[in-house]
Design a protein around this ligand. Sequence first.
Ligand SMILES: Nc1ncnc2c1ncn2[C@@H]1O[C@H](COP(=O)(O)OP(=O)(O)OP(=O)(O)O)[C@@H](O)[C@H]1O
Ligand SMILES: [Mg+2]
Length: 385
Amino acid sequence: MLELNHISTLKLGITAGGQLAKMLVLAASNWDIKTYVMDADPSCPAAGQCTKFIQGSHTDYDSVYNFGQQVDIITYEIESINVEALKRLKAEGKIILPDPEILETIQDKGLQKQFFSRFDIPTAAYQLFRDKAAILAAIEQSTIKFPFVQKIRKGGYDGRGVVIVNNQAETSKLIDAPSVVENKISINKEISVISARNAEGQLSHFPVVEMEFNPEANLVEMLICPAELEPEVAEEAYKLADKLISSWKMVGLLAVELFVDKNNKVWVNEVAPRPHNSGHHTIESVVTSQFEQLLRAILGLPLGSAQLKMPAIMLNLLGEPGFEGPAQYEGLREAMRIEGVKVHLYGKKITKSFRKMGHLTVLASTREEAINKANQVKNLIKIIA
Ligand SMILES: Nc1ncnc2c1ncn2[C@@H]1O[C@H](COP(=O)(O)OP(=O)(O)OP(=O)(O)O)[C@@H](O)[C@H]1O
Ligand SMILES: [Mg+2]
């Protein structure tokens, strides 16, 4: 356990330095914690706000190891950290939360699925394959049936590395890499629950949110809280998220993405051991934000209230397709004219098609009003080059 008498001299290391790190740094600054951020890009979102920025790649063993030497405790905002370096730091007594062994499992969608099976977590039936040829052979032998979903085991994100294959013709889209192949679920809704757990085993979960996807970019476009769900469906989602974080004995946050199918059955899709896009609204709309909750969990503090203060919608601000270069923002003034619209800009210098450049939180006294306002503000802001 960390000594908290000197919280303001505590050195918290965060890899890497994207928007999640930036928002974590901002939360940590409320308690005057010293934040050390490592990222390969010196102009990354968190670089301007942290106490000390260190240039280095989060995938590089030496960079992660050396970074770890400089701080008291390490957490992360992205899964693809060099886990070998984290494991060595842990063996040498450094506090790394969530635990690197859990991160190692989650980094590999195959191991993740096996963990779900081991703990009887409902998840789409799956098989593991070493490459594309093995998947094609299994189709030939009818051990895989259409439609199915291929997911590369490592390194996919934001829908990259996920291929939905509906028929033989679409097998040309298959990726040649070690993969999970799973049944395609008839999704009615995609939802997410973020659970938190501290070292004492105290649990808390944020209210379930509903995710709406941009079909073109396969990125979450609008996230709605509270989600519109039958109470027993929401309860099942909370139960699964809490069961997962407890089964892992995790200390930190676990973001759990779930599907609700046409029969109202709840399936776990995948998990992330870090703050999540679906928790951004908590900054304004929940008593304790996901970032403060992560700090409370990893610093051995009591978890804060996860009570929703008012309905909220989160809209990602994505780079306008077809533009690449220094970012320019259009329509911010018009957006801010709408009551309850809160703007977050991540400070990424370069915009690209569908790059996450910021987000908006839209607050209102009812869910319907929040949705109306979100639809109003949705097309006002454009990020071009
Ligand atoms: N078994 C499935 N059945 C139907 N649709 C699926 C299935 N698995 C994934 N999808 C669709 O593909 C999307 C992306 O899948 P997944 O979340 O596993 O990938 P990802 O690249 O890690 O995504 P992200 O980083 O955006 O969370 C899901 O949100 C869902 O819309
Ligand atoms: Mg996902």
